[in-house]
Ligand binder design. Structure first.
Ligand code: SF4
Length: 509
């Protein structure tokens, strides 16, 4: 149901207080990434370390998330990096971002530390309760998700942590649930699980009466106009050959193979639903992270009639294993994805960490050692704790052996890269999945449409230039957050996806 006023919920886990602040929406520039950073600045202690009680977490659904905008079901989760090194920004999908938007929640800010184990923030409408999830300690992520559904209903939406987060490992990530069906959840690449663990927080849960298959309109200045424009945008996205054809036919695997070589399409096959059903107990096979994704690339990842991977991260994990270690083994990839997710670690992030670790200790990577590393994390052995400490931990342990990688990661971006970064950040703040970029980036008609949708949502006058100005403000604030050694790095990070977009530009020439 549409809520009259949007609110920002400020939850203090230490004293259990909840403040509900009105969110002045009209013609505001403070939304998306900028809102998340502003809230972190206001409610996090500026000198707090990552795992300190004074650090804060901000969850902000995209400006269009919870509205019927196509493929715009994402939210930003922002907290402090370690060592006063700035803000860590994660972009997350699943069913929680839309649930927050539908309930008129512009943001959730989590401060302090819960006094008990396995704390749960339970949100119903705009009301909040602090509870615990008994028996959750040590349980793998899948069991936690099922326990949350048993307690809060099968339609609930959640982000939370598995055992790695509970142990505050730097490599721990949050999980994010999909609506009931297959897959049940995913573990995104960026890691914030240790901060949840340090706060004694197991999960943030939004209770929903029914599974949202259709969308009610979130607070919107001109809802009729927004819906018409959203339909036009959906058609635009569907008409794009990557969004409307390659991704829904072959999944994100197609992007890994290079867009210039059209023959790669022959290597892929669309995964049929009965084929996936044989692998799972679920009838409801998701092809989209949310019902309103008009691209739908989940459970499509069949390569040369082989195994079907659930989501882009799983296929990315397989691609990284091939690229770094020359191992092409779908069974191994499946096992690594499953075991990492059970632990509450992103499988792609684990592979990156394992590559650095093996370089540091000078060992050759094998299939056995890749699985063995996860076993060590599971056992909580000293080697497992090193692997679970992520890149930051490895950098501290082996500073001399990590220098080359660090230098490779830093360089001045070109004007073209800056433009791509601004456009990608603008899409982030509106809540769009990055795959919509093929139909939107560098396309003046698409940006005109997005500006009109922003007018319909917030009121006021919007243009592409104003959307980019908002994006630059976010990037500036992100840079301001960085201090000490991270100062130079903050302004220069280029989203990895930018290179895929450049390939696409080449292909279109
Ligand atoms: S395009 Fe794929 S990754 Fe993006 S929202 Fe849709 S299903 Fe999810």
């Amino acid at each position: 149901m549409q809520s009259k006023n949007e609110v920002v919920l400020i939850i203090n886990l230490t004293d259990g207080s909840v403040e509900k602040k009105p969110y002045p929406m009209e013609n505001t520039m403070t939304y998306g990434r900028l809102l998340a950073l502003e809230l972190l600045r206001q409610y996090g202690e500026s000198r707090a370390n990552r795992l300190d009680e004074g650090n804060a977490i901000a969850l902000v659904p995209g400006l269009f998330t919870g509205n019927p905008a196509p493929s715009a079901g994402r939210m930003l989760l922002v907290t402090q990096k370690d060592g006063n090194a700035g803000a860590q920004i994660c972009n997350i999908t699943g069913n929680l971002p839309e649930a927050l938007g539908r309930n008129g929640i512009a943001a959730v800010v989590i401060c302090g530390r819960y006094g008990k184990e396995n704390g749960i923030i339970r949100i119903s409408g705009q009301e909040v309760q602090l509870e615990t999830l008994p028996g959750a300690t040590g349980k793998d992520t899948g069991r936690i998700v099922r326990a949350l559904r048993a307690v809060y209903g099968k339609n609930c939406a959640a982000v939370g942590i598995g055992p790695a987060g509970e142990r505050k490992l730097s490599a721990a990530a949050v999980f994010s649930t999909y609506a009931e069906g297959y897959p049940e959840y995913y573990v995104p690449r960026t890691c914030v699980g240790d901060v949840f663990g340090a706060k004694g927080l197991r999960a943030v849960v939004v209770e929903e009466e029914s599974q949202a298959r259709t969308h009610t309109l979130r607070n919107t200045e001109n809802p009729e106009c927004f819906e018409i424009l959203a339909t036009e945008l959906a058609n635009r996205i569907r008409r794009n050959e990557i969004c409307g054809n390659a991704l829904p036919s072959y999944g994100a695997a197609i992007l890994q193979s290079g867009l210039n070589d059209r023959t790669v399409f022959d290597q892929f096959s669309d995964a049929s639903v009965p084929e996936i059903q044989r692998m799972t107990e679920f009838d409801n096979i998701h092809h989209g992270c949310t019902p309103l994704c008009v691209i739908g690339c989940l459970n499509r990842h069949a390569r040369r009639q082989r195994k079907i991977f659930t989501n882009p991260l799983a296929i990315e994990t397989g691609a990284l294993i091939r690229k770094y270690f020359g191992i092409d083994d779908d069974e191994l990839t499946f096992r690594i994805v499953k075991q990492s997710e059970d632990l509450g670690i992103s499988s792609a992030e684990y592979i990156e960490n394992f590559r650095l670790y093996s370089k540091c200790i000078g060992e050759t990577v094998t299939e056995e050692s890749l699985i063995g590393g996860l076993d060590e994390i599971e056992k909580d052995s000293p080697e497992g704790r090193i692997l679970g400490s992520g890149e930051a931990g490895l950098r501290m342990l082996y500073p001399d052996r990590m220098t080359k990688d660090a230098m490779e990661a830093r360089r001045e971006p070109s004007e073209r890269e800056k433009s791509l970064r601004e456009q990608i950040v603008a899409l982030d703040s509106l809540g769009f999945c990055i795959f919509t970029a093929f139909a939107i980036i560098d396309n003046s008609e698409s940006w005109k449409l997005l500006a009109k949708m922003t007018e319909a949502r917030l009121g006021g006058d919007w243009t592409k230039q104003k959307l980019m100005e908002q994006s630059r403000k976010s990037l500036q604030m992100e840079a301001d957050f960085s201090r000490v050694q991270a100062e130079a790095k903050a302004g220069t990070e280029i989203p990895g996806f930018a290179s895929v977009l450049e390939q696409y530009r080449e292909m279109k020439k």
